[in-house]
Design a protein around this ligand. Structure first.
Ligand SMILES: *Cc1c(COP(=O)(O)O)cnc(C)c1O
Length: 392
């Protein structure tokens, strides 16, 4: 059974491992979020914005030429067509409405590559809320267009200058700021990570993906359940959304794809389930890549969105309980799969999503198998990476 308990655990993983100083903020959220998000008022506003602002429902597209290539019936869930170009906005819309209902005036967020920062700056503009995004100083250099996007949208982008000056340090900085401004500030976390209730809350906002897959597949195939759902996993929010309504339907195989970087054994990867051990990262107990004395190992992936040293606790549980099947895809193979989809279907995917596509080569199918791949984002943001790679 995949279900979160009272304390935020999925099996052995989850919980809220936070400093004393953060307790009141997290507790306020925990005691209020279910009541608010289950109210009709919240649901009406959330679904109206998903429809008219984000552009939902996103299509479930039967990819004919891709299907012929792999000998199965392959559908693509088109999260790449969401406003801002990826699934992340489903979560930021949910959290901004929640923040407003909690009476918050100010939003903070962390970002690595800048995709979550842009999705947060977007909804803050939409709601007229003050927005500050913490970003590693090195990431700000590497991801200039997204820094400028956030600034155009009216957000303040603050460099995190400690440690490796990347995502983990930006997260630490955002948490520090939240401790200092508990009353008027809400912290929007970008994936199914962080202390309880964040992982389950974010998964519920993203679960609109599998809610739509069910009725869309029923229309097209006469049944709600595919044989397999495939999604890439950075922190795991698009995968959690695509799996959510299938967690407890054992006939549906849940296939999660991590980034193997230059190779699982190369020392430059983000393949958490292959290499990780249990530990605490950003407030929850999960699997993470760490040294024997518990120092977080710097991850590597060609795709910024998968470049994270842990996974959300629900995925650690899916792995541990064997409900989920975990694969890893190397940089080079992901890039090739991105070009393959571009040539076969006229869709240039985000490199994160290309990892999910590439796993088709590692799986075996029957012609009658119905496969849904969650196409988490579009490739526009990755043009520079495609160009530098050059293998097309
Ligand atoms: C951020 C991102 C991801 C990874 O995040 P998850 O929380 O694992 O979904 C995947 N795809 C795209 C397009 C992204 O922007």
């Amino acid at each position: 059974m995949v279900k979160v308990d009272e304390k935020g655990f999925y099996g052995k993983f989850g919980g809220a491992y936070i400093p004393e100083m953060l307790y009141p903020n997290v507790e306020e959220l925990r005691t209020n979020y279910e009541k608010i998000t289950e109210s009709d008022e919240f649901k009406d506003e959330f679904h109206a914005l998903l429809k008219d602002y984000v552009g939902r429902p996103t299509p479930l597209y039967y990819a004919k030429r891709l299907s012929q290539e792999y000998g199965a019936k392959i559908y693509l869930k088109r999260e790449d067509l969401c406003h801002t170009g990826a699934h992340k906005v489903n979560n930021t819309i949910g959290q901004i409405i929640l923040a407003k209902k909690l009476g918050k005036k100010r939003i903070i967020a962390e970002t690595g590559a800048g995709q979550h920062g842009v999705a947060t700056a977007t909804v803050c503009a939409l709601m007229g809320m003050d927005c500050t995004v913490y970003m590693g100083a090195i990431d700000m250099e590497r991801q200039k267009p997204n820094v400028e996007r956030m600034r155009i949208l009216g957000a303040k982008v603050v460099p995190a200058t400690s440690g490796s000056q990347t995502l983990k340090d930006a997260t630490n900085e955002a948490l520090r700021q939240w401790i200092n401004n508990p009353v008027d500030t809400h912290y929007i976390i970008g994936s199914v990570v962080g202390p309880h209730p964040y992982p389950e809350m974010v998964a519920r906002f993203q679960s609109v993906i599998s809610e739509e897959i069910k009725y869309q597949l029923k229309e097209k195939e006469g049944k709600e359940d595919p044989d397999m759902v495939i999604a890439c996993v950075g922190g795991g929010s698009n995968a959690a959304g695509a799996f959510y309504h299938y967690y407890n339907t054992p006939s549906v195989r849940l296939v999660a794809v991590e980034a193997a970087g230059l190779g699982v054994a190369s020392g430059k990867s983000a393949a958490t389930t292959a290499l990780g051990t249990p530990g605490v990262l950003h407030g929850s107990k999960t699997l993470l890549m760490q040294t024997e004395d518990g120092q977080v190992v710097e991850p590597h992936s060609i795709s910024a969105g998968l470049d994270y040293p842990g996974i959300g606790p629900v995925h650690a549980h899916l792995f541990d309980s064997k409900r989920g099947e975990f694969y890893a895809v190397e940089d080079e193979d992901a890039m090739k799969a991105g070009v393959e989809l571009s040539r076969l279907e006229g869709i240039i995917p985000a490199i994160e999503s290309a990892h999910a596509l590439s796993v088709l080569k590692q799986l075996k199918f029957k012609p009658s198998d119905v496969i849904v791949i969650n196409l988490s984002g579009r490739g526009d943001k990755d043009l520079d990476t495609y160009i530098k790679w050059g293998g097309y």
